[in-house]
Design a protein. Structure first.
Length: 139
């Protein structure tokens, strides 16, 4: 009985997956159980990109922290904002105000002690809030 040999199959590189992706950057430091910690964790759970937390103590009285993050699309930005508002309410921190949700290029969430800015990457680059709020590079 003759066996037909198949030509050698070339090696194929594995498709990018969780094991081949670059590790996520570390999250900003937070106090466990705080609204700030809830916001950072919620954004990380929703795969927000480039999460930055800027302490506003001594810079502004509007809030204790400003959190800035990006979503890959308007749909992701809107979804992250809506989920974040729900999580804050269910955790007992009260209601939040959301501005910019219909267009979802730049959504601002006023959570009292923390103000959250969610952007599409191009809009975030254009406005560059990090530079505006990190006086002297101390954030």
């Amino acid at each position: 009985m003759n066996q037909v040999e198949s030509p050698a199959t070339p090696a194929v590189a594995p498709a990018p997956g969780p094991a081949t992706l670059a590790p996520r950057p570390s999250l900003p430091e937070t106090v466990p159980g705080s609204i700030h910690a809830l916001i950072i964790q919620s954004l990380d759970d929703d795969q927000a990109q480039e999460i930055v937390s800027i302490p506003l103590e001594g810079k502004s009285s509007i809030a204790d922290f400003m959190v800035i993050a990006s979503g890959r699309s308007t749909r992701q930005v809107a979804t992250m904002a809506q989920k974040l508002a729900e999580r804050i309410k269910h955790a007992g921190f009260g209601h939040v105000r959301i501005e910019g949700l219909p267009a979802a290029d730049w959504v601002v969430i006023d959570a009292g002690d923390v103000v959250v800015h969610l952007f599409r990457p191009e809009v975030r680059t254009f406005y560059n809030l990090e530079r505006m709020w990190t006086f002297g590079g101390d954030a």
